[in-house]
Design a protein. Structure first.
Length: 465
């Protein structure tokens, strides 16, 4: 005789258990607050599965059609917001199956033929992440296009290029922005690569060993847009390297966004004054009336830690797990979902910030001439015109820079006689290379900062995008 409380035992495995789970067990076991985000993917996978069951004769066509109709109604309820989620039905799979039973009766129990929640969730997760990665690529392309617009606007705007946050050489702001276009394109490539590698279908692998039913895994894979079914059932249900790869790519992309955000914080600081945000993307202070804070950029910079933390979280969850499925893997989706949502928001915000920021050309150009930024141009001139080795030219230029420091003036403000005191072969033609404008114009090597090269790269990127 069954125990009196047997009707309270989980319906998926009640035959093995005589008592219901403790309340704490239900709380720690439930994942519906997270995995309900995969509702559409779960139903899509179930429809593909039941269609296949009908086509190979495991279910009748009428049975398969009735189950599919019920699944489509459930999806409508979820999308309309009328579907009720509860912690008792621990995950999205149990919610869908339970509601299907309410709609079509015992026939709902046939849906789970030849599959397990292990291959089901792995399929759902891959479907969800594939869509999320495609969204990331679209967002990155939008950001690249916005950067190109601003790069073209500032193809000849001169600013100080920095190394170690110290003035190095004059560059064009357009060239500076194109550096981020290049970084972001590699990010998009990593997301595409990750998407291609995850695009194999676990469905039909069942719990870990495959199934004795004569199913058609090629059909379900194709109907769900996967390239092929996964070739090893144990790998199919237990591998999460596809999620790790996606989080790795997301972390790198977030770092690139953070670097651009940090540049914006630097440019808009009062001490630098290269740029400003409009009121739409500035905040004030509760105590200091004069403040205009670049909080949006700062938050993008900070959220990099959140995305990178998600990668570390999943990496640690998976470390040392034996084959095949373990309940630890229930912790795989929350960091991925959060990281993908966070990154998508940051990309949108950065796209808006790039369009909003206003650059102050006069201050940028004035700063570009400071800090002896054309000292390398002087050294190059000594090599070309005075026949010096670069090491000799470097030493002479450094001595002339020291003289400029003593006289508190820039290189182009020194007299010819001053410079000839260090190298008699210096002529008046040296002044042609000592201005920031002439410096950037001279950097015509492929990938250089010269406005002509910037325009070339902008046109190349317009074609690519």
């Amino acid at each position: 005789m069954a125990p009196k409380n047997h009707d309270k035992v989980n319906p998926l495995w009640g035959g093995r258990f005589a008592a219901s789970a403790d309340n704490l067990m239900q709380i720690i076991n439930a994942s519906i607050d997270v995995d309900k985000q995969m509702a559409a993917e779960d139903i899509a996978g179930s429809i593909a599965h039941v269609t296949m069951l009908g086509s190979v004769g495991i279910l009748s066509k009428a049975e398969a059609e009735k189950i599919q109709t019920g699944l489509e109604q459930i999806l409508q309820e979820i999308e309309s917001g009328t579907f009720e989620f509860t912690a008792e039905k621990e995950d999205i799979h149990m919610h869908v199956e339970a509601r299907l039973g309410e709609l079509i009766g015992p026939l709902a129990g046939k849906l789970h033929t030849a599959r397990s929640r292990n291959d089901q969730v792995a399929t759902d997760f891959r479907l969800w992440l594939r869509s999320a990665l495609e969204q990331q690529v679209r967002g990155i392309k939008d950001l690249q296009r916005q950067l190109l617009i601003r790069a073209e606007e500032h193809a000849d705007t001169i600013m100080p290029g920095l190394t170690h946050l110290q003035t190095a050489q004059p560059v064009t702001f357009g060239h500076h922005l194109l550096a981020f276009v290049e970084m972001l394109d590699r990010d998009a490539g990593r997301f595409k690569d990750a998407c291609a590698r995850l695009n194999e279908c676990p469905l039909g692998s069942a719990a870990l060993a495959g199934t004795a039913f004569a199913i058609d895994r090629e059909q379900t894979a194709k109907s769900l847009g996967f390239k092929r079914p996964m070739a090893n059932s144990m790998d199919a249900v237990s591998s999460r390297d596809f999620a790790l790869e996606a989080l790795s790519a997301a972390s790198i992309c977030a770092v690139h966004l953070s670097r651009l955000a940090d540049e914006m914080v630097y440019w808009t600081s009062t001490a630098v004054g290269f740029a400003s945000f409009s009121d739409r993307f500035s905040t004030g202070s509760s105590i200091m009336p004069q403040k205009r804070n670049p909080d949006a950029a700062e938050l993008v910079r900070a959220k990099t830690g959140r995305v990178a933390g998600a990668f570390q979280s999943l990496l640690i969850v998976l470390k040392g797990l034996p084959l095949a499925y373990s309940k630890d893997m229930q912790e795989d989706k929350e960091p991925v979902f959060d990281a993908m949502h966070t990154l998508a928001l940051c990309v949108q915000v950065m796209t808006a910030l790039v369009g909003d920021i206003q650059m102050h050309r006069d201050k940028m150009q004035a700063a570009a001439g400071g800090g002896f930024a054309t000292a390398t141009d002087l050294a190059d001139w000594l090599v070309r015109e005075a026949g010096k080795t670069f090491r000799e030219a470097h030493h002479i230029s450094g001595s002339i820079v020291r003289l400029g420091e003593e006289k508190t003036c820039d290189l182009d403000q020194l007299s010819l006689q001053d410079m000839q005191g260090y190298e008699p072969k210096i002529t008046a033609r040296v002044f042609d290379v000592l201005s920031p404008q002439n410096s950037v114009k001279s950097r015509t090597s492929y990938g250089g900062t010269a406005p002509a090269q910037v325009e070339l790269q902008i046109q190349n990127w317009k074609k690519r995008l």
